[in-house]
Design a binder for this molecule. Structure first.
Ligand code: HEC
Ligand code: HEC
Length: 355
C-alpha cells in the first residue's frame, strides 16, 4: 500500500479510466476474446485505449508470473495471487519482500472485468492504475518505472513479446504504462463462471432443497413483520457476480484501526468502509476480511449474525436487517447459517483455479 495518492472524494466515483460504453463491434470483440458468460451481463469496465488483444494478454500473463518484475528477482504478482488458491495466498495479511508483513489481506482476483474500483479501500480506479502500486511499493516488488523498463528490455523474450503486443505504439511499447496495460488485460481474462451455482443459473442442474434454501437466504433482505426470512448478503454481495461495485462498513469494529475509505476522504461516514468483494471461490480464500481476522466461513456467519459492532458509519442495510420483530441482530437460525455456507461453497469453480 502506498499513501501518496490523491483520492476521489466520494464513495461512488465518476472515474474516467474505466469505460463501459462500447460500439457494437467493440462489444463483439470483447465477448469473443474474453469468452464472457452471458449471465454476467455486459457491464464491462475497460479503458478505451486498452481493449482486449490476444498478444497483449499473452504478454500480461508472462509478466504476472515473472519474479524478474521485482528488485530481488524473488517476487511476482503470483507469489501473493496464487491461482490454486483463487489468486490469494492463504495468509491473514500479505507477506512482502524479505518477509515484510503488509497491513492487509491479499484480495482474490476474479471477474475483475465487471469491477470498477480496486483494493479494499477502492483507491484505484482501473486495473491499469492498480498494477503500478505493487510494482512500485518498496515492500512489494520495489521497482521504479525506469528500472523495470530497463530490466525487461534486456530480456530477449520480452523484446519479442512487447513487439507483438504493442506494434502500433509510437514508443515501441516500452513504457511502464504498457506493462500495466498488459497486466490489466491478463487479469480481465480471469473469469470464473463454472461453479455449481452457475450451472444452476444456466438451468443445467437443479438445486437440492438445501441448496435452494441457501440461494434464497443469501439474496433475500429479511422483513420480520412480513415473515420474510433472509441473510441480506445480496444487499452488498449481489447479482450473479456476488459483487455490486459498492463500498460499505460491515460492522467489524467499533473503533477502526484501518479507516478504509475514510482514510482518504476524512469523512466520519466513510470510516471502516471497504469494497464489498466478490464471494466467488470464497471457500478457497480463507482467512477473511481486509485483515484476515476470520479463519472460516462459520466465523464470518457468526460475525454477521451475532457480532456486528456499531459505529457511526455502520451500514443501514445491516442495522435494519433482522429476522425477528424488534430484535437488534440478524437472528438467523443455526440451520440457516449452514444453508448460507452451503451456498458460499457452491461458488467454488475448480476449472478456474486449475486453469
Ligand atoms: C506481497 C503480496 C502482493 C503482491 C506481490 C501483489 N499483490 Fe496484489 N494485492 C495484495 C494485497 C495485500 C492487496 C490488497 C491491498 C489493499 O487493499 O491495500 C492486493 C490487491 C490487488 C488487486 C485488487 C483486487 C480487487 O478486487 O480490488 C489487484 C487487481 C492486484 N492486487 C493485482 C496485482 C498485480 C497485477 C500484481 C503484480 C504487479 C500484484 N497484485 C502483486 C498483495 C499482493
Ligand atoms: C452492508 C453490506 C454487506 C452485507 C449486508 C454483507 N456484507 Fe459481506 N462484506 C461487506 C464488506 C464491505 C466486506 C469487506 C469488509 C472488510 O474486510 O473490511 C465484506 C466481506 C465479506 C467476506 C470476506 C471476503 C473476503 O474476501 O475476505 C465474506 C465471506 C462475506 N462478506 C460474506 C457475507 C455474507 C455471507 C453475508 C450475509 C450474511 C454478507 N457478507 C453481508 C459488505 C457486506
Amino acid at each position: 500500500m502506498d499513501k501518496n495518492i490523491t483520492k476521489k472524494t466520494e464513495t461512488e466515483n465518476n472515474n474516467t479510466n474505466n469505460n463501459k460504453n462500447f460500439s457494437k463491434k467493440e462489444l463483439k470483440n470483447i465477448q469473443n476474446i474474453l469468452k464472457t458468460p452471458p449471465h454476467f451481463g455486459e457491464n464491462f469496465y475497460i479503458p478505451k485505449d486498452n481493449l482486449p488483444d490476444a498478444d497483449v494478454i499473452a504478454l500480461g500473463k508472462q509478466l504476472f508470473f515473472d519474479v524478474r518484475l521485482s528488485s530481488n528477482d524473488k517476487m511476482s504478482c503470483a507469489s501473493c495471487h496464487q491461482p490454486q488458491k483463487a489468486f490469494t495466498d492463504g495468509l491473514p495479511t500479505a507477506k512482502g519482500l524479505d518477509g515484510a508483513i503488509l497491513p492487509r489481506n491479499t484480495m482474490s482476483l476474479v471477474n475483475l472485468l465487471w469491477q470498477k474500483q480496486f483494493f479494499w479501500d477502492a483507491r484505484a480506479n482501473s486495473l491499469e492504475e492498480q498494477a503500478l502500486h505493487p510494482l512500485e511499493n518498496p515492500l512489494e516488488m520495489n521497482m521504479t518505472k525506469e528500472n523495470l523498463v530497463k530490466k525487461l528490455k534486456n530480456i530477449p523474450e520480452y523484446v519479442t513479446l512487447f513487439k507483438n503486443a504493442f506494434k502500433n505504439s509510437p514508443f515501441g511499447g516500452w513504457g511502464a504504462l504498457d506493462i500495466a496495460k498488459a497486466l490489466a488485460q491478463y487479469q480481465r481474462t480471469l473469469i470464473s463462471a463454472g461453479s455449481k451455482y452457475d450451472q444452476i443459473v444456466q438451468g443445467k442442474i437443479t438445486p437440492t432443497e438445501e441448496e435452494q434454501r441457501g440461494i434464497q437466504l443469501f439474496f433475500t433482505h429479511p422483513i420480520a413483520s412480513a415473515g420474510i426470512r433472509g441473510g441480506n448478503c445480496g444487499d452488498c454481495h449481489g447479482s450473479h457476480l456476488t459483487q455490486l461495485n459498492t463500498l460499505h462498513n460491515n460492522g467489524l469494529d467499533g473503533n477502526y484501526k484501518d479507516l478504509g475509505v475514510g482514510f482518504f476522504t476524512k469523512k466520519p461516514m466513510d470510516i471502516g468502509k471497504m469494497k464489498a468483494p466478490s464471494l466467488r471461490n470464497i471457500a478457497l480464500t480463507a482467512p477473511y476480511m481486509h485483515d484476515g481476522r476470520f479463519k472460516s466461513l462459520e466465523e464470518v456467519l457468526d460475525h454477521y449474525n451475532e457480532h456486528i459492532k456499531p459505529s457511526l458509519a455502520l451500514d443501514p442495510l445491516i442495522i435494519e436487517a433482522t429476522n425477528e420483530i424488534d430484535a437488534t441482530s440478524l437472528k438467523l437460525t443455526p440451520q440457516e447459517k449452514k444453508d448460507i455456507i452451503l451456498f458460499l461453497k457452491m461458488l467454488t469453480d475448480s476449472s478456474f483455479v486449475n486453469k
